[in-house]
Design a binder for this molecule. Sequence first.
Ligand code: SF4
Length: 402
Amino acid sequence: MAKVARTRVGKPDAAGRKRPRRGAPITVPPSAEAPPPNSHAPLHRDLLGWFKRAGRDLPWRQGRDPYRTWISEVMLQQTQVDRVVDYFHRFLERFPDVRRLAAAPEADVLRAWEGLGYYRRARQLHAAAKRIVADHGGQLPASVASLRGLPGIGRYTAGAIAAIAFDLPEPIVEANSRRVLARLAGHGAPVGGSSGDEPIWGIAAEYLPAHAPSAWNQALMDLGAMICTPRGPLCTRCPVAAHCVAHATGRVASIPAAAKRRTSVELEETALVVRRGGKVLVVQRGAGEWWEGLWDFPRLAAPRILEPLGLSRRRVVGRCSYSVTHHRVAVTILCCTAAHAGPRGASTMWVEWMGLADLAMTAPGRRIAAIAGAGSEQADSAPPPRRRVGRNLPGRRRPAGR
Ligand code: SF4
């Protein structure tokens, strides 16, 4: 912080004001018109200058449309930038504005989201669109408090929309900016999670330039994606190396410190591919389950659905596995034949094998269908057309760097 010289004062004058002593240096006190120099101004200049020259040209950065920013930020929370670009274009073609998104059936939104994983976010996006139409006249609100009142919009997403689309002075902490800020400030404590990130939010707020919050936040993300990468950051080419504490103190490799990882839980389950008269049984994932609202093959642990069907000719056709949150699930795939259709229900359905391609299915469901189709001797059992299936599954954290 800049030192302020003290003025030696003499006796008060008639009005009671203290006068400078004779011979004392005259100092000009800081005033509202001339704020104290911002100690981060050189950092702002260097990073914003680099961003202007080298920032990424991304489709959601064309103009400042809060809807586009919102959609892109939600998609980017689970998927790398390269993959999001295609999804973003397709989603915007299908739902070009909030009103069209709000008016669409949820199944259509989930279908458009398929492959991005983390379907709860798609459902919340849809619910938020309805609220924006009902409560905000179809316009995203321009305040963090109002944005955070919408389904699925938390601290990060609200800050990102406010800063990037509305240019409000809001800090943002995500995978890239977290790493850059920790290194710039030489913050050696573990980051991630609400307690680990709290100091980073403070650093983000301290560094934030009030005159360019949109460009600044995007510049931090781009620097983290292109230069200040998790491993092997390009410090020799970094535009802000002169301001970086981790670089100056030789601690780049150890910052940010990794947070303790949750130990993974191993699970096993048996999926049933039940056929009857050329059709196959699918069930919809219920409230509170992973992939809520998407279709999948029933699991053996669902006797209420399976017992009335009179299953026979069971045989194992393959195995697969998937990861979700901190669980690793091994799946045995069993094919069988049903004697009866069973009771009709809103969450169960018999579909043509090829019709699976048009369903919003879970990622494991797609994998099971491919294995069961390949392992079947029936002519109608060819694998359904492959759809783009994401590698990122519900609950999996976005990989560092976007
Ligand atoms: S000098 Fe190195 S560690 Fe520091 S911000 Fe630049 S790339 Fe990151």
